[in-house]
Design a protein around this ligand. Sequence first.
Ligand SMILES: [Zn+2]
Length: 688
Amino acid sequence: MSRTATAVAMVLALAAGSAEAQSTTLKYGSWGFDLAGRDQATKPGDDFFRYANGAWLDRTAIPGDKPGVSLRLLMSDLAEARLHGLVEEAAKTAGHEPRTLEGKVGAFYTSFMDEARIDALGAKPIAPELDAIRAAKTREALGALMGRTVRDFEGSAFNLGIDVDVKDISHYAVYLGQGGLGLPDRDYYLQPSFAEKKAAWQAYVEELLTLEGWPNPAANAAAIVALETKIAQASWTRAEQRNPDATYNPYTLAELEKAAPGFPWRGFLGEAGLGAPAKVVVVEKTALPKIAAIFAETPVDVLQAWLAFSVADNAAPYLSKSFTDAAFEMRQKGLSGQAEQQVRWKRGVHAVSGGDYGAGDRFDRFGNLGWAVGELYTAKYFPPTAKAKVQALVVDLKSAYAARIQKLDWMSPATKAEALKKLAAYNVKVGYPDKTRDYSGVVVLDDDLVGNVRRAAEADWAFYAKRSKGPVDRQDWLMTPQTNDAYNGSLIDIVFPAGILAPPIFDADADPAINYGAVGGVIGHELTHGFDDQGRKYDAQGRLRDWWSPADAKTFEARAKVFGAQYSTYEPVPGAHVNGDLTMGENIADLGGLTLGLDAYHASLRGKPAPVIDGLTGDQRVFLGWAQAWRGKVRDDAVRRQVVSDPHSPRQYRVNGPVRNIDAWYAAFGVKPGEALYVPPEKRVRIW
Ligand SMILES: [Zn+2]
């Protein structure tokens, strides 16, 4: 992205921070921070997260239908209300088989809301899949059916995906990985602490088999969970999966068949619509042969039952009440501690628009028509001025990062040169993609929900499969515009959808220090991912090539180790510790992001002193902006699940973890030895 005149003007406007720049449209407080949410009885040095957010945490209850509550979730509520309005409006004009984008969105939503019809149908809508499974009487045929996992409701022992080939970055590659687990992680099958969840899972498998009329549900459920347990034993851990070198293993089809015999790879890839690709990249190299062997020794009737269960499990959100209730009890309540099921219209909005609502719905990432909804959403709610303001902040953060890299005392000049080249190459995408998705061939009927899901999934996969034959699309997005999240991608890009660019992350009218702490910290977080223990393995072109000198890597790893050891001492709920290795990349990004946000704020002052507002200095407000962005809490079950499966630390450590390693925080809040978060200067971790 180039530094345009408009972008510079926006930076200066954000830096002004004068009284007349304040506006009454602010979401939090009179300058972007909710002062009443602080707990001034807690010393910042004892628990900064609580100091910044304690009063709000004490007076805010977690709603019964949610696993947690946070300002970020409230932001999603606003987006959800807007999306609800959009789909309701679209539904009014849809008709039976509409042709327009708005009409298709409306017809899909109508089909989801027709509960009476859906309940009357029971398991009938998935009859075609179940008939095909009954007709498949050999492992050859059943393995081939698993290939349908990419475009229909079937599960699979192996994950299949198309992504940029990291060793040939102008082309796509077919990636093949371990799969087959219904529970969130292998630990759920293998660790005694999850025994209760595993038992509940077996009961759920039995219930779904019963609901769809599959024979011997109890015996089959026991056999299915035993099968998944064997696959869990063969599977890599999440920490092992984070190594980009070990997870790139190119094979020809003949090599794959030799390395992992016992599974019908050609039938599987053919049924996925990929024909016979010249090359597949195997992710978990040692796991695949083991899972193929497990497949080969499993009785045909158990494989059939397993596939039949997976179809019901994946289709459950779109089937009758018995299915949706069973899936809710297992997935949202049992695994995330959510007490109540969301009302139907909310589920309908998510089904059409996307967004993770904890249902384990495989179609929830982009929604069934997510890009269509995104087009309608941004047309109404994300003006080009907002896009320009955020682009300006990105320019500022990149300059701050470049200055830091140049000053690093531990990085060699050669490595610094590569880092600066990569930083300059970053493509920052804001708000929405420039190219829209073509939905003209997708038939949407207002009375065929499961058919709509099937056709949308088929079209979505066809889009990626067709594109995979051409050059890499460098303008691609992996999140829809309405998504409340951001990411750092393999195209040397960072992406901030319109959905995340709202308070408390970004408020165009807030005091600049708050924005630099919040969205500045988030942008900085994403930028540093390109340079951390994983990102450094990709160069400025996105090629898998470690551009660090061994000595630089050693220093970084030594510092990261000290940092990880700090996190491993954190215990959010009794007995559940943060995993310093699993969360390493995200923790380093938090420390780097907040550091860069602060630097960029200082630079934005252009030599002038920061104003004092309500007795708070500029630096104090930057740290408070970051802390407010993480304001929230989640249920204990969700925390327990998070610490084993989520590479992000629980929210209080995303605040307390980084601040105690930043000198400016000690100066800003007068933090002293003896306070709980105090780290002596020589023990503070300095990476970026
Ligand atoms: Zn991250």
